[in-house]
Design a protein around this ligand. Structure first.
Ligand code: HPA
Length: 271
């Protein structure tokens, strides 16, 4: 993988010259608005980068965006990759490794998720303070490259405490309802049955989604501090479960997105 990464980095560096991103950003379904706040310096299609996986969902918009956000140099992934699309865990997390080699010192991640906690309503935000990985494998399976990180990385605090505390303060100042909780990562692409939502709540989940955890595991492996936030797009409450469509998820994400963008951009400005 190192050779493949080096080839990608060489190509990217050739395009971006001496631009050195400090912060990496991965934006979830229907949550691309933060990209509009970036003063774009360079934009590179995934498809043109050697060895980069191409998002099957957003083939045309799969881009790495380099630019300035609140005075910070950032690289944002427009179009994220999911295990359910058929990629391996290594492919999904390849861009995270690439961003680290380009110099990022923080990773910010967002996603759309279903609420499992009856107190957390559709349209609310939830800062992820821990996770449960129910995806079928770890992105670290296979031979470990100790230049990247240890064979058995610690996961006692995968989401950085200081960033969480700052985000909570920003949300309070701006009067934005923002919970904290545990994100459960499943494969999808089907949504959950009533029995599955019930189970996910019982095992300790506050929200469920199909992304984020592979990226967070790899970021922790490489010692990148992570901040992650979910927009709760539907309610997985088994007693009163209603059918959920992708359109509804995207519509709810779009409505809640300005609140999330506000928190993320303010948080980035403090770094
Ligand atoms: N389940 C899994 N993934 C999701 C959900 C959900 O209810 N909502 C948004 N992504």
């Amino acid at each position: 993988m190192l050779q493949a990464l080096n080839d990608s980095i060489k190509y990217i560096k050739n395009k971006i010259g001496d631009f050195e991103p400090e912060i990496g950003i991965v934006l979830g379904t229907g949550l691309g608005g933060l990209v509009n706040e970036i003063e774009v310096a360079h934009s590179i299609m995934y498809a043109s980068i050697p060895n980069f996986p191409i998002s099957t969902l957003e083939f045309h918009s799969g881009k790495l965006i380099f630019g300035t956000l609140k005075g910070k140099k950032v690289v944002a992934m427009q179009g994220r990759l999911h295990f359910y699309e058929g990629y391996s865990m290594q492919q999904i997390t390849f861009p995270i490794r690439a961003m680290k080699l380009l110099g990022i010192q923080y990773l910010f991640v967002s996603n759309a998720a279903g609420s499992l906690n009856p107190e957390f309503k559709k349209g609310d935000l939830m800062i992820i303070n821990d996770h449960i990985n129910l995806q079928p494998e770890s992105p670290l399976r296979g031979i470990n490259n100790s230049d990247f990180g240890p064979r058995f990385p610690d996961m006692s605090q995968p989401y950085q405490k200081d960033l969480i505390a700052k985000a909570v303060k920003i949300a309070e100042e701006k009067n934005i309802t923002c919970h904290q909780g545990v994100y459960v990562s499943v494969t999808g692409p089907n949504l959950e049955t009533k029995a599955e939502y019930k189970y996910l709540r019982i095992i300790g989940g506050d929200a469920v989604g199909m992304s984020t955890v592979p990226e967070v595991i790899v970021a922790n492996h490489m010692s990148i501090p992570v901040f992650a936030i979910s927009v709760l797009t539907d309610e997985g409450f088994p007693e009163d479960l209603k059918p959920v469509s992708l359109e509804e998820i995207i519509e709810t994400a779009a409505k809640a997105e300005p609140k999330m963008t506000e928190i993320l951009s303010q948080l980035i400005s403090t770094l």
